[in-house]
Design a protein around this ligand. Structure first.
Ligand code: TMP
Length: 207
């Protein structure tokens, strides 16, 4: 038996509709974890590896069948888990991922109608037992999200969807959170940024 085996790290994911403001909090989360002396690996989906970033470019800009999109998301995820997430967790690092599989349930299943049993099969195949230890869901009303997106950068394929799509997305995310309350923290992101920062900091201090 190995002496002093390294304690496995933690896997934290950030989720929410486009425009919910989750990515704004990444630098603060990294700083809070590093201040505790932890190694932090910050990554994103789709992406996080060389191949994953290539798939991201296709996924965000090319029109495709919703099931093709689902399969490519999981192909990128397989690569991400094998090459980045698992090795980091094994050596004791905290992995912070801007989106993970909840996004597939929200976007491809909730908003685009891919049956959840198909996503479950892929999830089991690609992830095995791997699940995030903590998921922060940044929630805002649809009109706020759309408002924020119109003043942001050039929109990608998903960001150009209509209010109906965004409403389905929001409900799908809230349903995921309701189904797994031990893992999710829902953050009301429709309030002053400083308040949201404090909420995020408090949550991160618990893991
Ligand atoms: P981002 O702009 O927040 O980095 O996310 C990229 C886009 O990809 C975002 O609009 C959500 C979408 N997406 C899916 O549709 N399914 C997924 O499984 C993931 C990870 C992202």
């Amino acid at each position: 038996m190995t002496k002093n085996p390294k304690k496995r790290g933690k896997f934290i994911t950030l989720e929410g509709m486009d425009g919910a403001g989750k990515s704004t909090h990444i630098p603060n989360i990294i700083a809070a974890l590093k201040a505790r002396g932890l190694e932090v690996v910050s990554t994103r989906e789709p992406g996080g590896t060389r191949l994953g970033e290539q798939l991201r470019a296709l996924l965000l800009h090319d029109a495709m069948h919703a099931e093709t999109e689902t399969l490519l998301m999981f192909a990128a995820r397989r690569e991400h888990i094998a090459n980045l997430i698992e090795p980091a967790l094994k050596r004791g690092a905290y992995v912070l991922s801007d989106r993970f599989t909840d996004a597939t349930y929200a976007y491809q299943c909730g908003a685009k109608g891919v049956p959840s049993h198909k996503i479950k099969q892929l999830e089991k195949w690609v992830q095995g037992k791997l699940q995030p230890d903590l998921t922060l869901l940044f929630d805002v009303p649809v009109e706020i999200s759309i408002q924020r997106l119109t003043v942001a950068r050039e929109p990608d394929k998903f960001e150009r969807e209509d209010a109906k799509f965004f409403e389905k997305l929001r409900q799908a995310y809230l349903m995921r959170a309701k189904e797994d309350p031990a893992r999710f923290r829902i953050i009301d992101a429709n309030q002053a940024l400083d308040k949201v920062k404090v909420i995020v900091k408090n949550i991160i201090s618990t893991i």
